[in-house]
Design a protein around this ligand. Structure first.
Ligand code: GLY
Length: 332
């Protein structure tokens, strides 16, 4: 059996975790000590771009709004940020120059919606929500998703934006031989995944990205896939993922994190075990950065990544603009 098998943690560990609600890394502000306690709203999201997104989500949460509205409004800020090269319409294209966007959303009733390979629409997260609310489906992709968005009057836009097109042309010139081998985004950000708990104790999540820079046309990552990029079970908690989508899909990452929390693990430990499973499943970890963040029903949070460098933003009534470095398994 591998060193870090899924079953390595003992029942005793799980029970200890259940009995000790205090945070593994001392983030006392984000906690309430029992499931019966009054719920304090909290929103967490991946990377430093999450700080601004959290503030927008917080406007909803502090007015006793719903977590579903918070996670949609929050990530729309990132989607609209033209300087962001890995989320929304400022994102980098596939190798043929098409910016294809992926997003999903899930609420406390386990309702969910997703879009993938969507081009020229400003807010894929809102289209994902419309798929959830207006159709009987969970996911629409490509031209079907676009037609649906147009039918529902969503704002369109032209992509790639000028600066991104220039970079893409330069990349094509410099990467003639590597044209078949797209590079993962190595900037200090990737997907935005967001999880919010509102003052009713309900948890929702959202996830949105332009995906792997210069990916092969047709490639879809983890971000729009319920269970991979995002999963919420309002009985237990929620999780979302960032990084190399292929690796996250292989272990149904966010679902795995939630199921580990169901077994009594603290969100931090659950994220760590999911990352370890990714490590165990891959012989070559070169460039394979993945991370998870999670929240449970007690408002406890956690984050963990394969390599150092992943961080996540946290907003509570007590703390604004907080950014935490996630714990990690190894250094670059
Ligand atoms: N995690 C984003 C992607 O792989 O597309």
């Amino acid at each position: 059996m591998k060193r870090r098998s899924f079953f390595k943690f003992s029942l005793a560990t799980a029970l200890t975790s259940l009995m000790k609600p205090e945070s593994i890394f001392g983030m006392q502000n984000h906690e309430i000590s029992t499931r019966e306690a009054k719920t304090e709203p909290v929103v967490i999201s991946t990377w430093s771009h999450g700080i601004e997104a959290n503030e927008e989500a917080w406007k909803v949460l502090e007015n006793n709004g719903k977590s579903l509205d918070a996670v949609e409004q929050g990530v729309k800020i990132t989607e609209a940020d033209l300087s962001n090269r890995s989320v929304g319409i400022g994102g980098r294209p596939d190798r043929d120059g098409h910016v294809t966007l992926d997003a999903c959303i899930m609420d406390e009733r386990s309702r969910c919606g997703a879009v993938a390979y969507l081009e020229g629409i400003q807010h894929p997260i809102s289209v994902a929500r419309a798929v959830m609310e207006k159709t009987q489906h969970v996911m629409l992709v490509g031209s079907g998703a676009k037609a649906f968005a147009l039918d529902y009057g969503f704002e369109t836009c032209k992509t790639p934006i000028k600066e991104v097109k220039k970079d893409w042309k330069a990349w094509k010139k410099e990467n003639k031989e590597a044209f078949e081998k797209p590079e993962i985004n190595h900037e200090n950000h990737d997907t935005i995944g967001m999880l919010a708990m509102d003052s009713f104790g309900n948890i929702s999540g959202s996830c949105t990205t332009s995906g792997w820079a210069y990916k092969l046309p047709g490639r879809v990552g983890d971000s729009p896939i319920i269970g991979a990029g995002l999963f919420v079970d309002n009985e237990i908690g929620g999780a979302c993922a960032t990084g190399m989508g292929e690796a996250i899909i292989r272990i149904a990452g966010s679902h795995t994190v939630v199921e580990l929390m169901r077994q009594g693990l603290h969100p931090q430990e659950a994220c760590k075990l999911a990352v370890e499973r990714i490590i165990d499943k891959h012989e070559n970890l070169e460039g394979l950065q993945c991370g998870f963040i999670a929240i449970n029903k007690m408002g406890q949070i956690g984050g963990f990544s394969v390599y150092n460098g992943f961080n996540y933003a946290v907003r509570t009534a007590n703390g604004k603009g907080k950014l935490f470095d996630a714990a990690f398994d190894r250094k670059w």
